[in-house]
Structure formats: C-alpha cells, structure tokens
Design a binder for this molecule. Structure first.
Ligand code: SF4
Length: 415
C-alpha cells in the first residue's frame, strides 16, 4: 500500500549478509529481499528457501515471520548474532540455524536444502578469506548495494565484556585486500561522495589501517566508521586518517575515568586518556559520535554528575547514551546468568534502553525512571547537536512569546 511505499523510501539499508548469501548460492537462484519494517502477509510464499537474520531485540518479530513461512510450506534458515547464541530457542521457529559467520557453511545449507536433508545446525567458522567470492558479487552489484557493504576488516582486537563481536568474528582482525576496497569505491564514488565503513573497529590492525588510509587518499572521498580511541595514540596515523577523507568516527567511551572497570585490560585501560585523545581527533576537524554505557557494577547514582562533566568536557558532535545490556553471547550475560541477576527475559527489552538485570546498588525502578531523562539530558546538554537543538528551542520560545509584540511594533499602524 501507500504506507509500504513511503516506509520503503526510508528503509533502503540492505543487510550485508544477503550479498554473501547471493554470492555463495548457485546462479540459478533468484533473490528477493524483504524488510520487516514494511512487512506484509502477501510476501509469504510456499516452497522457498527463506533466510532470516535478526538481533536480540527484534528476534520475536523474526520468529513470527519464520513461523508463518514454515506454515505455508517454505524452509526457513535463521542466522545473525542472537540466533548464534540461542540456537535451540530459534529452532523452535525455523528449520535450520547458522551459528557464526555464514561464509563457510552457506553452500552446505543450499546443497542440503536441494537434497531435502537440511541439518538443524550449521557451525560457521570465521574464514581468513571471507571476501573473495563476495567481492565478485559486489563488483556486479549496483552502487546502492556496494555502498552498504564496505567493510575493511572483521573481528576486533579487544574483548569488551558487554560485546558479542569477539564470540562471532574472533579476536583478531581479518583483513580485506586494500586493492579490492579501492576497486569498489572507484565503482561508486561518482554517486556517493561520503561512504561508511561497516567495521566494528577500523583500527583493529594499525599497520593495515595505515595502508588503507594511504590508498584512500587519492580517491578524494569522505568516510566515517567505528573505531577505538587508541587511533589517537599515533599522530602520524591520525593525520593519515584525516588526509584519507575521515570526517567522523564513533568512539565507545563505555566508562569514565572514575570507574573501577578501567583496571581491566583492553579498551577499558584507555579511559585515563579519553579526553586528551579526543581533543587530538577534534583538533583535526573529525567529528565524534560518543557512545556511553551506564550500569556497570561500579557505577553509582552519585557518579552521574561526574559522568555528565566528563561528557561535557569531551563535547562530541553527537552523544549516544545506553544502559548496560547483557546480550546473549557476551561475558556480561554469562556472569548475570551465573549470578541469577537477570530480571527480564523478554528479548524485546534488550535494546540497551531498559534495565534488564538487577544492579548491585541502584534500585531497578529508579534506573527505569531516570534513564530516559538522562538519555535526552546528556544528548541535549553535552553534544554539539544538542546545543543546536537547544538554540532552536530557545529561538522558538522567544518568537512565540515575544513574536506578537515585535510584529505589532514593526508593522505600520493603520489607525
Ligand atoms: S572495541 Fe568495540 S567491537 Fe571491539 S570488543 Fe569492544 S565493543 Fe566490541
């Protein structure tokens, strides 16, 4: 209907995994991609091979769609981060589950589907060469598909306790050849001047990152990505990133300098340098999206003003504020399960905006009430975007209160 049409105009993001499945399926297969945001029952068809991916917070809708496809006679294979860690749950709604990355097992899935012998579980392993076959598929794809699938590396060198990436993609960066990325960007740069690299951490391998930045420089594009703040340890690398067209980076500042978690190894150990490193990035004109997580065991209510001061000192372009959420597959989830602290197993609430576990010191209802206020307060009072919104609101207020009087003074008198 009309709503479908309007919604689809805004839902153009194409989950990269479908490019992978297309690349690894026989050429006589034809593909149709459907988005649950514009879902309609008429999409249900019998005798198809249906692949569904989802996160934890939207798995209920994915399961519902999977069930409907099975009911009308199709075979359903599910994958993605949630299903990888909850395969038994998913198998109640689908025929097969791909655990982990699909590249190493999708051909087996298709073969077994054709032979009528689909297995319940396919265990994918992170391949070093995860890109060759997919690259050929991408080269034959239109620019709008290519621009949604620019990834330079997979995996991350850190193992943050709340993150599910290390479990799926491994603890080291696997790298795509730089020449392939240059080839893809050359195919789309006439249409897209700014691109987004999908990497979880584009600085997972510093040497590779430098090689990439040097190769991007002559292409004269602008790019953004996610990154860890240790990129600012090395002035030369940061300068290279800037010269290669970097205009924005998303950094996770999951803890403030005052949290005891900073004693942990890995990314948390960078907490003492956050402000200094951030200033270096901003001085080069690179905008920053800052992601904060509240709710670690050492976080207390009285830390909130300190955290606000810390965010305010960073002054990012955009502030994202989340609640610690024990996503299945993360170390935090395992700990919460062991300690019997999960208070909510409705996956819809695992969107990082609701408390789903018992905090050691903060009252659950207080956290539930405070968090939405904190979220918007931090966005409006610590980020450049927030300042812009506040200025507009103040202007609107002045105009609506004094507008009539100003108009009366300025307009010519009739009587
Ligand atoms: S640095 Fe980012 S991607 Fe890497 S483990 Fe931590 S949260 Fe996950």
């Amino acid at each position: 209907g009309i709503l479908d049409g309007i919604a689809s105009m805004f839902m153009r993001w194409y989950p990269p995994v479908f490019v992978v499945l297309k690349a690894l399926s026989p050429k006589y297969y034809s593909f149709r991609t459907l988005n649950r945001n514009v879902w309609h029952k008429r999409y249900l068809k019998p005798n198809k091979l249906v692949a569904i991916t989802c996160y934890t917070s939207n798995c209920a809708e994915a399961y519902k769609i999977a069930k409907e496809f099975r009911k009308c006679g199709s075979k359903v294979v599910m994958g993605g981060p949630h299903v990888t860690y909850q395969p038994e749950e998913a198998l109640e709604f689908c025929d097969s589950v791909v655990v982990g990355e699909a590249e190493s097992v999708w051909k087996d899935v298709v073969r077994d589907y054709e032979n009528g012998s689909l297995q319940p579980v396919y265990n994918g392993v992170p391949l070093d060469d995860f890109y060759s076959e997919v690259h050929q598929e991408l080269l034959n794809s239109p620019p709008e598909i290519i621009k949604d699938f620019l990834e330079t590396t997979r995996g991350c060198k850190f193992t943050c306790s709340f993150c599910t990436i290390p479990g799926i993609s491994g603890g080291k960066a696997r790298k795509k050849p730089v020449a392939q990325l240059v080839e893809l960007i050359n195919k789309i740069k006439h249409r897209y001047k700014t691109v987004v690299f999908l990497d979880n951490n584009i600085y997972s391998d510093p040497q590779y990152a430098r090689e990439l930045f040097k190769a991007l420089k002559p292409l004269k594009i602008k790019w953004t990505s996610q990154c860890t703040i240790d990129i600012a340890k090395n002035d030369e690398t940061l300068q290279l990133a800037k010269e290669s067209g970097c205009v924005g980076l998303l950094f996770g500042y999951e803890i403030s300098g005052g949290s005891s978690e900073k004693q942990q190894r890995g990314k948390f150990a960078l907490a003492d340098h956050y402000i200094h490193f951030t200033k270096k990035v901003k001085d080069l004109g690179i905008s920053i999206k800052a992601h904060f997580i509240f709710g670690f065991d050492s976080d207390r209510l009285e830390h909130i003003p300190m955290l606000w001061k810390f965010c305010h000192a960073l002054k990012p372009t955009f502030t994202i504020f989340s609640l610690l959420t024990p996503l299945p597959g993360s170390q935090v989830y395992r700990e919460m399960l062991e300690q019997n602290r999960l208070t909510n197993l409705n996956w819809r609430n695992y969107s990082c905006h609701q408390p789903v576990f018992k905090h050691k010191t903060i009252n659950h209802f207080l956290l539930l009430t405070l968090f939405p206020i904190m979220r918007y307060f931090f966005l409006l009072t610590t980020s450049q975007l927030g300042y812009a919104i506040m200025s507009l609101l103040v202007l609107y207020f002045i105009c609506s209160v004094f507008g009539q009087s100003i108009y009366a003074i300025l307009s010519p008198r009739i009587f």
